[in-house]
Unconditional design. Structure first.
Length: 201
């Protein structure tokens, strides 16, 4: 059993002799003011608005569009492996396998054997998939413009910079952590929160 170390003084997030971290008392969580929830809710609104455009026209699910959008960024003749695609769209193996089957069945993505490694699948848009991608992109960009029109140019640049900071922080601090145990690997227990957040995610 992994037990917390016993430095002096004992950190508030680690109970001596306990295999689990301690969550200190905190103020009431107001979900509507919690930044991660607000970012998620905003993303959901935009995603649903775009879904209302592409689903009736092309029969795509949200995950299918994410696959198409990422493959659409590739130059023609430059396929992606399923593993690389899963990393980009942040899906697990089950989700990405299901999404790939969907887009292949719809005829918008071509799956072939990777010439460099025959164990891997190479994925790229078909001509039909490219047309679907080019039909949806202007709508996605218009949604973004309409949303950002509420901000001045300087505010948009600042927002982009702040989002970049949060993305890097999330990748560095939250990427591999298991929050029920606080463990980042065998025999390791790490603090669960930072002073900037103050509450566990």
């Amino acid at each position: 059993m992994v037990r917390c170390p016993l430095p002096d003084p004992v950190p508030p997030l680690c109970v001596p002799g306990s295999p689990l971290p301690y969550f200190p008392p905190m103020a009431k969580l107001l979900l509507a003011r919690w930044i991660p929830f607000r970012l998620s809710a905003l993303a959901n609104r935009v995603r649903e608005a775009l879904y209302e455009y592409y689903h009736p026209r092309f029969g795509l699910s949200v995950t299918a569009w994410r696959v198409i959008a990422n493959l659409g960024e590739q130059a023609p003749g430059a396929p992606l492996s399923a593993k690389a695609l899963a990393t980009r769209v942040m899906m697990d193996q089950v989700q990405i396998s299901r999404a790939i089957r969907e887009v292949v069945r719809l005829g918008v993505v071509r799956r072939s054997v990777d010439g460099a490694d025959r164990r891997r699948a190479a994925l790229e848009l078909t001509p039909q998939g490219r047309r679907v991608y080019e039909a949806i992109v202007p709508v996605a960009l218009r949604l973004e413009r309409e949303l950002l029109s509420e901000l001045a140019p300087a505010e948009r640049r600042r927002l982009s910079a702040l989002l970049g900071q949060l993305e890097r922080a999330a990748a560095a601090k939250l990427g591999r952590r298991t929050y029920l145990t606080g463990r980042d690997g065998p025999g390791q227990v790490r603090p669960l929160v930072g002073p900037a957040l103050g509450t566990p995610a």
